[in-house]
Design a protein. Structure first.
Ligand SMILES: [Zn+2]
Length: 247
């Protein structure tokens, strides 16, 4: 690290759990962020501010006025622009050292496989089950850690599927691939703005811990947040031997 980097990342370097070694791991890590919306915004901002790079930021949508209430990567001036490009520019302003690859596309399973194989950690910040399951399949196949988040109304969820470990559950152990009942309703439901910040920021925290080798990841546990009561619940997850993806 040069002098500027030692200053920029000094508050991480001062943490004994991260230190110079952990910070160097962050600087050398490649994160794939799927979705540049409510969850992907805070997640990508914290990864970039912490020096993680390259960051591959994938989103097939354009910025809409209704996004700005919670998708803090984007500004009023970004309305109409592709979210991936708008996000790349925002991350570049925050930390010009970090290389951000913007993919203006909704990732199909074939594309995901290649991107996941090249990543050290995958953050699922998408808003639909098809992408969630495709990301999970790719992470299972390539044994990559998957940091999965979801937020709708006042309800949030987050877990880490540490798929490099043979005993790790996967996303499909928790939500079977044919359980798509809620899909249609999600797109039109309300979302409490800071909820996406809380969950997306927690995803960044877990990704940084995994990459730096700090602390204990949220593996084998699902955290469920009721933001109205501001109560967290933790559920233990176990690998489903009958899971059609990882079993
Ligand atoms: Zn599974």
């Amino acid at each position: 690290m040069n002098d500027d980097q030692l200053l920029r990342y000094s508050r991480h370097i001062l943490l004994p759990e991260i230190g110079v070694e952990g910070q160097e791991r962050l600087l050398a890590a490649h994160a794939l962020v799927i979705g540049a919306g409510g969850l992907g915004s805070p997640a990508a901002l914290y990864l970039a501010s912490a020096g993680v790079g390259p960051i591959t930021l994938a989103d097939g949508d354009a910025v809409d006025l209704t996004n700005l209430q919670r998708q803090i990567l984007h500004t009023t001036a970004s309305v109409g622009r592709p979210k991936a490009a708008s996000g790349r520019d925002a991350l570049g302003r925050l930390n010009p050292e970090v290389r951000v690859v913007a993919l203006e596309e909704r990732l199909d399973p074939g594309r995901l496989a290649g991107l996941v194989a090249a990543a050290d950690v995958v953050l699922d910040c998408s808003d639909n089950f098809a992408t969630r399951h495709a990301a999970n399949r790719a992470c299972v196949a390539h044994r990559k850690p998957l940091v999965s988040g979801a937020a709708v109304r006042f309800d949030g969820q987050i877990s880490v599927f540490d798929l490099g470990r043979p005993d790790s559950p996967c996303y499909a152990c928790l939500f079977a691939e044919d359980a798509t009942i809620e899909e249609e309703r999600c797109a039109v439901m309300g979302v409490f703005a800071p909820l996406t910040g809380i969950i997306g920021t927690t995803q960044a925290a877990e990704a940084l811990k995994l990459l730096a080798g700090a602390g204990e990841p949220l593996r084998g546990r699902l955290l469920i947040l009721d933001a109205l009561g501001m109560e967290w619940r933790a559920i233990r997850l176990k690998k489903d031997p009958a899971c059609r993806v990882c079993g």
